[in-house]
Design a protein around this ligand. Structure first.
Ligand code: TAP
Length: 451
């Protein structure tokens, strides 16, 4: 081990736990154990792998309260959200428990014999996750990867490793073999980079910033390793004049201030048709002021603190010179609190272009449908987005015109375990979740039998 990591409760600012920090030797040991475990796992009958994943799901479901409490303390997530996240992990496991028996190859008509394809697991998959949704994002990788017959080594973010560590223990309690699903806590530059450089890690899944993701992808390219990237976002919430403005305004705070804005899908730009711009802002203000920021352990809390003091400084820096329209409330004192903030912006302002990853939203007017699409696409990112209109034709045209991986009409829903999720442009490569994700953890083998 190379020392320890000190965990800080973001709602109090106080250190509460030390955990071991792995060095290269520990990562290499974990990868070696995963290689061995994977061979036996892939040799199991598909139904046996399915049963094991269902057992893992049941154990997670039985520990939802415990996992949620860990996330409240380690990440400052409101307890209601944290419970949803833990239950979601169980649902993702259950969903992909159906995959081992459905990874069906093809029989292809060819001359002179029989030709069939197989979906072969890669072997060992390295998964690197960020601090904003530690449990859920990890499960989007490990559940389909395991279902497809791979072993997994998971590196949580240094700031928020507790739920990942507990999931690793619960996997063993559920009967998953030793070595099959391991959690290694340590820095990205050591543990994460080792996933990239180690020849026995045959696929990497990375969720995090576009900057680090680009570096991880370049390293994987040098090793000829496939990589899935889930990166940053600057998603637009587009409100047309014909929309139900009350609903659009009432739901807008949740779409960007959820998880204190530390959400890759945060609708951090609200584009409003000019003719209803003033009215929309008048409706938005009370909704923002009513957003309850405070103790994450309370069931009445909508939003907890930011993850760290350093991150709060970064978020605050985005308000330098910004035209703040109004702000909600936040507690004073200990903890990394930041009040929900609404800024009036122009397309070239920094606040309208860069990912803040905090509870700050930029509001911009637009003139017509074409202008709305142009503005929505005026970003390097392309992860999510919402549009509000009562006009079906417009909804279809705008949804097709916006370059984002995940869009939602008259709602802000982005994540469902049964539907594909991922970004375009600088928001990522590949898709997670949905019916095809287990296949993404396999490579196709073609076998020809001469007759
Ligand atoms: P990053 O700083 O990129 O860190 C993400 C993970 O990568 C952490 O586990 C980190 O380890 C590790 N890492 C850091 N440097 C590395 C390197 N050189 N090689 C390999 N791994 C390395 O991001 P973050 O600040 O934790 O998360 C915020 C970003 O993630 C935002 O941009 C957000 O939009 C994005 N995000 C995207 C999504 C999806 S699904 N698209 C979901 C959530 C978040 P350490 O713990 O040591 O830093």
């Amino acid at each position: 081990m190379s020392g320890t990591i000190t965990l800080v409760n973001p709602a109090t600012g106080r250190a509460f736990r030390e955990i071991a920090r792995a060095g290269l030797a520990e990562v290499d040991d974990a990868i070696a154990a995963a290689v061995t475990a994977q061979r036996a796992w892939a040799a199991l009958a598909p139904a046996a792998r399915a049963d094991a994943l269902r057992a893992f799901a049941r154990v997670v479901e039985a520990h939802v309260d415990e996992l949620a409490a860990l996330e409240v303390e380690n990440s400052g997530h409101p307890i209601g959200s944290a419970r949803w996240e833990a239950s979601h992990v169980a649902q993702v496991l259950n969903y992909y428990a159906g995959a081992p028996e459905r990874l069906i190859g093809q029989q292809i008509p060819v001359a002179g014999g029989l030709d069939v394809t197989f979906h072969e697991p890669y072997g060992v998959v390295g998964i690197i996750v960020p601090w904003n949704f530690p449990m859920t994002i990890a499960s989007w990788g490990f559940a389909p990867a395991l279902a497809a017959g791979n072993a997994v080594v998971l590196k949580p973010a240094e700031l928020t490793p507790l739920t990942a560590i507990r999931l690793g223990e619960l996997a063993l309690d559920a009967g998953l073999p030793e070595g099959l699903f391991q959690v290694v806590t340590g820095s990205g530059s050591v543990v994460g980079q080792r996933f990239v450089s180690h020849p026995d890690v045959r696929k990497v899944v990375f969720t995090g910033s576009t900057e680090v993701g680009t570096d991880v992808a370049a390293g994987c390219a040098r090793m000829l390793k496939p990589v899935t990237l889930e990166l940053g976002g600057k998603s637009a919430n587009i409100v047309f004049a014909d929309a139900d403005l009350e609903r659009a305004a009432a739901s807008a705070p949740g779409s960007v201030f959820d998880n204190a804005g530390q959400d890759c899908c945060a609708r951090s730009r609200i584009l409003v048709e000019r003719s209803v711009y003033d009215r929309f802002l008048a409706l938005l203000e009370p909704a923002v002021r009513a957003w309850r920021v405070g103790d994450p352990a309370s069931p009445d809390t909508d939003m907890g603190p930011l993850i760290s003091a350093a991150h709060r400084d970064t978020v605050a820096g985005f308000l330098d010179g910004a035209d703040v329209a109004f702000r909600g409330a936040a507690p004073d004192g200990e903890g990394f609190w930041f009040a929900p903030t609404v800024v009036l912006a122009s397309p070239d302002d920094r606040i309208a272009r860069e990912e803040v990853f905090g509870p700050v939203v930029a509001v911009l007017p637009f003139d017509d449908e074409a202008d709305a699409i142009r503005l929505a696409n005026d970003t390097i990112y392309g992860l999510a987005g919402s549009l509000w209109t009562e006009n079906l034709g417009r909804a279809v045209r705008v949804a097709r015109g916006v370059k984002s991986g995940v869009l939602s009409i008259n709602s802000h829903s982005s994540v469902r375990y049964a539907t594909p999720f991922g970004g375009m442009k600088a928001s990522g490569l590949g898709r997670e979740l949905g019916p095809d994700a287990a296949e993404h953890f396999t490579e196709t083998k073609n076998v020809f039998f001469a007759t």
